[in-house]
Design a binder for this molecule. Sequence first.
Ligand SMILES: *Cc1c(COP(=O)(O)O)cnc(C)c1O
Length: 495
Amino acid sequence: MTSFYQSTRDDQLHVSAKQAIVTGFAADQGLFVLPNLGEQPFPLEQLAKMDYQTIAQAVLERLLPDFSTVEIKAAIAAAYDHSFSDPKITPLRSVGDFQVLELFHGPTAAFKDVGLQLLPQLMQRAVAPDQQVMVLAATSGDTGTAALNGFRNQAQMGVSIFYPDGGVSPVQQRQMLTTNGNNTRVAAIEGNFDNAQRNVKRIFNDAKVHEQLATGTRLSSANSINIGRLIPQVVYYFSAYQQLLEQGKIALGEQVNFTVPTGNFGDVLAGFYAKQLGLPIKKLVIACNQNNVVADFWQTGIYNRNRPFYQTLAPSMDIQVSSNLERLLYYESDGDTQLVRRLMNDLDQQGQYQVPSELLANLQRDFASGFTSDEEIEITIRQVFVDEHYLMDPHTATGYHVMRQYQQQDPETPMILLSTASPYKFVDAVADAVLGHHAESAQATTQQLADYTNVPVPPALQKLWDLPVVQAPRLQPDEMAQWVVRETNEVFKHD
Ligand SMILES: *Cc1c(COP(=O)(O)O)cnc(C)c1O
């Protein structure tokens, strides 16, 4: 079996899974991929009897070849045994004629917890004893909070988060500014998420930054470009299928569809990995918001980021460059690293690329896509609450709307909608949709919405308003590199 990772842009650039997790992405700016994903399939015949942790063990053993069984088991236990409020970790609920996989029962109430509770545990088992790792992440909201929570006070590690100033919800901002550990840092960046993400990537490749860091200190990434964040997400696709089996809704081997609210393309890509490992998935349906560059790409084969950027009601999906798509291009072109390199170069130079027709055909075989406007998000949240008494967040609502469109074409195949956040994380938008208004403070709105709907507020969001708040500096993008150097050396000065 292939036991190494390689770059999406160079099949000669090989690293172990541990190196891939510690470094985040490849030196040639490509992303790390495991060639031949399907070589060692998941033992599907045992799935019905497996719990979340056992499924995770089987998935990680296949995708992280140089971690020992013992290391994987310990990492999974540390990540999931206590921090999720539901014993199923990602419970599947029946709502009307469809299923919702709720991914928001972790410590920060969004699906990013699934990856970011496990990533630090994996990284800790991969880093050398004399090394320290500062993890950097650009965030459109949820990654920041979840990364701060996952890495907080972990030995040998620190975390620095950059969020677009004014581009995150009040609850998300509050969460970031109240998660303080001795190794956590947060800064607001002028510009949108893509600016922040581009600058974080630049810092990783900035030789001057590396020279100024203390000996033994390195930088890594907590964005879903890190395979240690992506792989944990593969697990819940299997868990969803296991729960459908358990509920007697499908027979083993029967095909299902998933609809996935999509931004940086990590979540839906994890579904593709599950399919490669043998999970019977017919289609993965990609749901975008008004920033519909990915949906357009699936129609035309042209990825063009030269277009207006919208701040929508689903801010965690306000993205124009979906980084993880690069991995899919690699797999769907049969590992053509030269092609991937050329396409990514085109994107960098011209802001667009066009894929060959055979590649587009492969993409369209495995995925469908659609998008949802803000107006449709609001209508959806209200309608589903009125009809089903189920309260969705705006990201989940984009998924719901696209799911219904897609089901006109295939009403028969069981459909699972991924719910990516608690409605209380985006409480203003949800209250506007359901109550017709929101209060001045997010805290008051939360109370009003809970009173009206009787949907419980997740524990993490309930206590948010009593915690002390830190101040985040506001940085220009060109100030980020120096800030990282200073804060990183400060975090590790006692190590
Ligand atoms: C991050 C996020 C998304 C998008 O997921 P990607 O993996 O970036 O595609 C969707 N919804 C919510 C609530 C998120 O936090």
